[in-house]
Design a protein around this ligand. Structure first.
Ligand SMILES: Nc1ncnc2c1ncn2[C@@H]1O[C@H](COP(=O)(O)OP(=O)(O)OP(=O)(O)O)[C@@H](O)[C@H]1O
Length: 215
């Protein structure tokens, strides 16, 4: 693994920023994991976060999402945020529709069904997650994320471990949902093809010696 100390510097205009990140440093004990990382994401803009294993991508996501407050710097984030993880994280004993409504209790059943139809799951509302294919489970987790009309969408390797056809279909679906709902989006990926296709800009976390780049 590369030197885990990371020095990322990425600056650009801040107009219409949905999230504003200015991390000076993040340490675990004496170990510097993240250095100087500054960026914003505007409404409708998608940023890919890439870098080698162990460089600090998940650590940065935890800081951005507000789970980890133990760092130097500031993050200004919106209230309405949604997360999509590698695993769909569905409750197996609840139907697909209930999985949506549990997270969004104010959503009407009609709206929830519309959200499911939007991701190609019309007619699957009453099935349990175990009765859905992995691709359908991922679609449901996307529907759940977009159902709250998030201002900021954070995705952590959302297409990992899918076969190439399913991954491609999910990528197309995500593109369409982002184009329609226009959240600011940030996603972690190891796949530069995914990053080039989905992202407007790519933030690369690099070892301390070489810094980080924003393209
Ligand atoms: N709670 C913790 N305590 C101590 N060190 C940690 C902790 N969490 C992560 N680290 C270390 O911080 C560094 C960055 O880890 P992180 O999980 O953020 O990397 P990553 O880029 O997401 O890796 P991957 O792509 O493999 O998921 C690693 O060296 C890891 O061992």
């Amino acid at each position: 693994m590369a030197d885990p100390a990371t020095d990322g510097t990425a600056r650009e205009p801040v107009a219409c920023a949905v999230i504003r990140v200015d991390v000076k440093s993040k340490r675990f004990g004496d170990v510097l994991v993240l250095g100087d990382i500054s960026f914003t994401i505007a409404k409708g803009e998608t940023l890919a976060l890439v870098g080698p294993s162990g460089i600090g991508k998940s650590t940065l996501l935890r800081i951005l999402s507000g789970v980890d407050h133990d760092f130097e710097g500031t993050v200004i984030r919106p209230d309405a945020m949604a997360f999509v993880f590698q695993e769909p994280t569905l409750l197996p004993w609840r139907s697909a529709l209930q999985n949506l409504l549990l997270v969004h209790p104010r959503l009407s059943a009609t709206d929830a069904r519309e959200r499911m139809a939007e991701v190609g799951l019309a007619g699957k509302e009453l099935l349990f997650p175990g009765q859905l294919s992995l691709g359908q489970q991922r679609r449901l987790s996307l529907a759940r994320a977009f159902a709250g009309q998030p201002e900021l969408l954070i995705m952590d390797e959302p297409y990992a471990s899918l076969d190439s056809d399913t991954g491609d279909a999910m990528l197309r679906l995500t593109e369409a949902l982002i184009a329609r709902h226009r959240p600011a989006s940030l996603f972690v990926t190891h796949d530069m093809r995914e990053a080039d296709r989905l992202a407007d800009r790519v933030l690369t976390l690099c070892p301390h010696a070489t810094g980080a780049t924003l393209n």
